[in-house]
Design a binder for this molecule. Structure first.
Ligand SMILES: [Zn+2]
Length: 479
């Protein structure tokens, strides 16, 4: 007996030592990339400020599209960036989406695509008084440029144009062809990006790296990591909404039956809430955890992250406790609409609810449907797909690929002491379409202090503008 106990003791000690060694040796890889930022071109801030003053709002109703403003914005781009319009070819797709092509010297390399959109979400009239600047004033104050669209996504578009124009001024010609693709309706239908990709498909074109908005730099992403984390988007979750309808004969509320349509539907919704879809650690999130683990300052978390072979389920379970990390390890389900009843004294015949789901890569809308149906397990509930909008999860870009590494290097070259990690996008961007023509789609803009997306006081640090300019310059130069 004693012998068995001592053997167990030795094995246990060996295990602890092994776990300890893996934790201690989990150190960040050496980083010898120097950050050396070029200043912004002389009029870049004025150009950004001017760009914001074009109210390129994407209307809810397509027929209210302000053609004149979009046309004026085009003229502004043409006059502000003359070398681009002299040296690159421009193709206009569906009126206001632009493809600029800069021919490289080596046609054997697939072209790189730098993407952005210049439409912006409307400013709520009632919220204007809460702004600390005119939403379309393009004010420059307190080290920020203020206004709707400065982050989303004129930051990318103007930075790409500034970087390109500056290189043309220096007489630079890229080895790799570069396409600049600018969409005019990302915030509404995204039809522009779809049309551009359809155009490329017809020409049988394929691309190397594709960079679009999405990921950025934050110090608030992980409580246990004190350094800024640059999240490079490598894939997007899918999107589906299910419509649940319960039908039960209604009537006078003075003589109710045992169960109404509302009761049936409420029970179904409660079942979905109590039975979330199982967790799953997808490759991008596993790579994300690995990337941040050497920087984790919480001892127990670091032990667990350094020994995923043993603590994987503990780590994943821990992630489900916070809504934002929970969304990274499971296909989420949430009721967003619930409708029933017309009067206080009438039992309704129908009750309808919408369940919105964001689907993890590797799963599908069909799996979501089947799961919800099985969970509810009630033939009184009819389930259909909400047809207006639906998209399957995107394929994901490999974090060991040259595409990811190239962007990682550019990020390290513009931000000091930054942790670079892959990330899954929980919202959809225009770049989703490009996965059909490239296996190197990533989402990233080097914004460190992005405030006011789609809300009030949207503003960008001028120093972030400088980072964006340098980031695109490096990509253009192929460095
Ligand atoms: Zn955007």
């Amino acid at each position: 007996m004693k012998k068995i106990l001592s053997v167990i003791g030795i094995l246990f000690s060996a295990l602890l030592i092994f776990i300890g060694i893996r934790t201690i040796t989990n150190k960040p890889a050496a980083n010898n990339i120097q950050v050396n930022l070029s200043p912004l071109p002389q009029n870049a801030v004025a150009h950004m400020s001017a760009a914001i003053q074009y109210k390129t709002e994407t209307p809810n109703d397509e027929y209210q599209f302000d053609t004149a403003t979009f046309m004026n914005y085009r003229k502004f781009i043409e006059t502000t960036y003359p070398l681009i319009h002299k040296n690159l070819t421009r193709t206009i797709i569906d009126s206001f989406n632009y493809i600029y092509e800069w021919k490289g010297t080596d046609p054997s390399i697939l072209p790189m695509v730098l993407m952005a959109h210049y439409d912006v979400v409307p400013v709520e009239a009632s919220a204007v008084k809460l702004w600390h600047a005119q939403p379309y004033g393009g004010e420059v104050k307190e080290n920020y440029i203020w206004g709707r669209g400065v982050l989303d996504d004129k930051a990318s578009m103007i930075s790409i144009l500034e970087a390109t124009e500056a290189q043309l001024q220096k007489g630079f010609t890229p080895k790799q062809s570069i396409l600049l693709c600018f969409g005019a309706d990302e915030e509404s239908s995204g039809k522009g990006a779809t049309a551009m990709v359809e155009y490329f498909k017809k020409l049988n074109r394929k691309f190397d790296l594709v960079v679009d908005e999405g990921g950025e730099i934050s110090t608030e992403q992980n409580k246990s990591v004190k350094k800024p984390i640059a999240s490079i988007g490598v894939g997007e979750k899918g999107y589906v909404t299910l419509v649940l309808t319960a039908q039960k004969e209604g009537g006078h509320s003075s003589i109710p039956g045992q169960q109404t349509a509302i009761d049936i539907l409420s029970t179904a919704i409660a079942k979905v809430n109590q039975n979330p879809m199982p967790t799953k650690l997808t490759p991008p999130i596993e790579a994300y955890l690995k990337s941040i683990s050497p920087y984790n300052e919480n001892f127990f978390e670091k032990v667990a992250l350094s020994n995923m072979w043993l603590f994987k389920s503990f780590v994943v379970n821990n992630m489900t406790k916070d809504p934002s990390s929970n969304a990274l390890v499971r296909t989420t389900l949430v009721p967003t609409v619930f409708n029933s009843g017309v009067r206080d004294n009438v039992i309704p015949t129908f009750a309808t609810a919408y369940i919105n789901s964001r689907i993890l890569p590797g799963q599908s809308s069909k799996e979501v449907y089947d799961y919800v149906q099985k969970t509810i397990n009630d033939t009184n509930i009819k389930i259909t797909y909400y047809k207006n909008y639906m998209t399957e999860p995107s394929p994901t870009t490999d974090v060991n690929s040259k595409y990811y590494k190239r962007v990682e290097k550019a990020v390290r070259s513009v931000v000091k002491d930054v942790v670079v990690a892959p990330m899954l996008m929980v919202g959809a961007t225009d770049s989703r379409n490009y996965r059909a023509v490239s296996e190197g789609v990533v989402n990233f803009t080097p914004l460190t202090d992005a405030k006011g997306y789609h809300g009030i006081d949207e503003r960008m640090l001028i120093s972030d503008f400088q980072k964006c300019f340098n980031f695109y310059t490096l990509l253009i130069k192929g460095e």
